[in-house]
Design a protein around this ligand. Structure first.
Ligand code: SF4
Length: 487
């Protein structure tokens, strides 16, 4: 009987992308995805960036201890950023853990599980640097219509609030041919939308000496037949160049959506964060993006309450939010992350000050995003129906999906209309809220897609690592980790 597995993911979308690799590796090694909670192997893919990451992990491990005591064959593995940071401490704190693997050796997981089972003792393997690009690993993707494709891992910046550089290392760029081969493989499986991932996509190519490599890559994705939507995350404002704007505007399948972290609107805070752009440069990029693509939806990340942030600094952030006209913003309250330079900075702000500013920021963000969304009433976006979001809500009779600009659209479905996640519809916006749009008229067009067929048939999208040059899954060798969080 095949052993079953379950992967529990913490953190950002990039960790979710790593987990697809972990699932793919375990599939390739003969495990099967567990249909219920009692898996033979439970893998925690951890994040060290989010607050309380340790508490959550050790709490969950504690819950599993009695279960494991009752089932001798059960194994528990812990990987990801927290494993890279805590290393052997994990098995000291939770001695019932069988395997600890780091961000640079995801590919070793099947071998480590095997070895731990054979030797009946915990295996801890953490590597300090990347050896082989993680995207060469086999993948099991949960979505039939959209896929993440990593173009680089690691980061050469040193933002003072961020743990990524110390856990994920320097930027490594994947070769364009490999990226495009993976995109093509996904499209061959019926995938319609691809998001290119990197900590700093604008510096893509720095490792192989082509500063315009990212815009060239965007243009090259435009040549792939059947690829309808291309997105990317995240660009860094300091490295943002106009050739990327031109490529976005001139490549038909690249969505007019830009997610560009602002973090703060205060130049003093940006300096303390070691973010080497200033608010004027940031706003200048947005102007040029909108000049080339007037319909562009711009989203961002903002941190409030960074050490030393004054009321004046905070007001500068509110000013930039108003000027930038964001379509949405991910907002974070600053809190200490051990191991980052900001953790030991003087002038850490009291929690209530951070909370109060955060509340005011949310109010302004919602005012801005609502005003931006209202402009779309009467427009007719094309919506890619989404899994989860795509389930019909029994009380409203609506399904949901994403417009090309990334906005969430809830649309009315008539009884008997067989629309599936992965299908594409057009519909007219009748109502706008700060975080979504509604379309309560009839669906104007419905296109059935191969992704919708695959969803209906319950097929997972799999990419075999060997296709992309993986020399032998499960061999006793070290494989690298993937990207870290988007912050
Ligand atoms: S916040 Fe982003 S750009 Fe800054 S160090 Fe972290 S990963 Fe790099």
């Amino acid at each position: 009987m095949s052993r079953s597995y379950k992967v529990v993911t913490y953190g950002c979308q990039m960790n979710a992308h790593d987990s697809e690799r972990i699932s793919g590796l375990l599939d390739a090694a003969g495990y099967v995805k567990a249909e219920s909670d009692d898996a033979d192997v439970v893998v925690f893919n951890t994040c060290a960036v989010r607050e309380n990451a340790d508490n959550r992990l050790y709490g969950n491990l504690g819950h599993l201890a009695p279960q494991k005591a009752k089932r001798p064959g059960m194994q528990i593995a812990v990987g990801g950023c927290l494993a890279q940071k805590d290393k052997g401490d994990i098995v000291k704190k939770a001695p019932w853990v069988d395997v600890v693997f780091g961000t640079h050796n995801i590919g070793s997981l099947p071998v480590l599980l095997e070895r731990a089972r054979h030797n009946e003792e915990a295996e801890v393997e953490i590597l300090e640097s990347l050896e082989v690009f993680p995207s060469t690993l086999p993948t099991r993707r949960e979505s039939t219509y959209a896929g993440w494709v990593s173009i680089s891992v690691g980061c050469n910046n040193t933002c003072t609030f961020c743990i990524v550089p110390s856990l994920r290392g320097k930027e490594k760029d994947r070769r364009p041919g490999d990226v495009l081969a993976e995109v093509q493989a996904l499209v061959d499986e019926g995938v319609l939308e691809v998001t290119l991932l990197g900590q700093n996509v604008n510096t893509y190519g720095v490792e192989f000496g082509d500063r315009q490599a990212f815009s060239k890559l965007l243009r090259a994705t435009g040549e792939i037949d059947g690829l309808e939507r291309v997105r990317f995350t995240s660009p860094h404002p300091a490295a943002f160049t106009d050739d990327v704007i031109a490529a976005m505007a001139e490549t038909a399948n690249v969505c007019h959506q830009l997610h560009m972290p602002l973090q703060s609107g205060s130049d003093d805070v940006l300096k303390a964060m070691k973010r080497s752009y200033r608010s004027e440069k940031y706003l200048g990029i947005l102007d040029r993006v909108r000049e080339a693509m007037p319909d562009a939806a711009i989203t961002t990340d903002i941190i409030v309450g960074f050490p030393g942030e004054t009321e004046e600094d905070f007001q500068a952030t509110l000013d930039v939010v108003r000027q930038a006209r964001f379509a949405s913003a991910f907002t974070f309250q600053y809190s200490i992350r051990p191991g980052t330079p900001a953790a030991t900075m003087p002038d850490q702000l009291p929690k209530q000050v951070v909370q109060e500013r955060y509340n005011r920021l949310i109010e302004v963000v919602e005012e801005v995003t609502w005003a931006e969304n209202k402009k779309l009433i009467g427009t007719r976006p094309e919506v890619l129906v989404a899994v989860g979001e795509g389930r019909k809500d029994a009380s409203t009779g609506r399904m949901s999906g994403r417009a090309r600009d990334g906005r969430l659209v809830h649309f009315a479905v008539e009884p008997g209309q067989a629309i599936r996640p992965g299908d594409v519809v057009t519909t007219e916006i009748t109502y706008a809220a700060p975080h979504h749009l509604n379309a309560d008229g009839p669906v104007l067009s419905h296109r059935r897609t191969r992704a919708g067929d695959a969803y209906e048939a319950g097929r997972a999208v799999r990419t075999p690592g060997v296709l992309l040059g993986l020399p032998g899954v499960g061999a006793p060798r070290s494989e690298p980790a993937a990207d870290a969080c988007a912050r």
